[in-house]
Design a protein around this ligand. Structure first.
Ligand SMILES: O=C(O)CCC(=O)C(=O)O
Ligand SMILES: [Fe+2]
Length: 297
């Protein structure tokens, strides 16, 4: 529902929202997954150097990460830090445009693509403090360019370049994942080939006046095969649920967070995990992340 973009826009540009008048729909109810401000310990998710995956020890780290956490921070992926900065930057530039400009990319009701906040399906629904821009980036003939921002003017070329680079990174990860499980090297690659669907999701979390009650994204697992996430360079927020507690995912500016989605958990009969994760809010700073959701064909 496009109109719901407005309260969040107000927080960053227009009518300031005060602690006392935040709509209740944003308040998280207590759940089995603990409260919002549970100050989780910083148990870092594993870090895997993709350039070392020819070694047995790094491969074993990968296997252990995917079967216990279902996610890891990938370094040594070959994408330059300056290009990762550029990807974050075009996202930030788009989100900081006036609402009239962003409206050109608005998501229509019942459409998954375009710019907007949570799709509202029930009155009871708790809303996330997040605006998102979803765009299909692969296959090429699936791109709906009318929803792609024209401003900043290098948005499109940057996203296309990023898509290519993420596809190459994923080829390495899929091949190594298969080897780590002692399976045929192409067992995953052949499910994520030419017919793979890839969606880019730019998440934008404005500063929030009630960090104690409101989440950027509620606990969820991704429905994708695999998600590759570029976190904000400075502002932390992502948390992963493991062993009955939330762990913070520290920001490593040049790393990509790889997390498995439900379809990989199903394809591997639960040997690999699709982790539950959530995003907290920040009172002073906005946060941007860019998720690439990769679906098996
Ligand atoms: O913003 C983040 O760190 C996580 C985003 C996420 O979980 C998602 O887009 O599904
Ligand atoms: Fe997610």
């Amino acid at each position: 529902m496009a109109g719901l973009v407005l309260p969040l826009e107000g927080a960053s540009h227009e009518v300031p929202i005060h602690r006392d008048n935040l709509p209740e729909q944003f308040f998280v109810k207590e759940s089995a997954f603990g409260s919002v401000d549970s100050s989780p310990p910083l148990i870092p998710i594993p870090v895997i150097d993709l350039s070392l995956l020819s070694s047995e020890s790094e491969l074993e780290k990968l296997r252990s990460a995917l079967t216990s956490w279902g996610c890891f921070q990938a370094i040594g992926h070959g994408i330059s830090s300056s290009f990762l900065d550029k990807v974050r930057e075009v996202g930030k530039e788009f989100f900081s445009l006036p609402l009239e400009e962003k409206q050109k990319c608005f998501r229509a009701a019942r459409d998954g693509e375009g710019f907007g906040s949570d799709v509202v399906v029930s009155k009871e629904q708790v809303l996330g403090w997040c605006n998102r821009l979803n765009l299909m980036v692969f296959p090429e003939d699936g791109r709906r360019l009318n929803l792609w921002p024209e401003n900043p003017n290098d948005f499109g070329e940057t996203l296309i370049e990023y898509t290519k680079k993420i596809r190459s990174v994923m080829d390495v990860v899929f091949e190594a994942t298969a080897r780590s499980l002692k399976l045929e090297e192409d067992v995953f690659l052949k499910h994520f080939g030419e017919k793979t669907a890839m969606v880019a999701r730019f998440n934008f979390y404005p500063p929030c006046p009630r960090t104690d009650k409101v989440l950027g994204l509620k606990p969820h697992s991704d429905k994708s095969g695999v998600t590759v996430l570029l976190q904000d360079k400075e502002v932390e927020g992502l948390q992963v649920f493991k062993d009955n507690q939330w762990s913070r995912v520290p920001t490593i500016p040049h790393a990509l967070v790889v997390n498995l989605g439900d379809q990989m958990e199903i394809m591997t009969n639960g040997v690999m995990k699709s982790p539950l994760h959530r995003v907290t809010t920040n009172a002073e700073k906005m946060r941007v992340s860019v998720a690439m959701l990769i679906e098996p064909s």
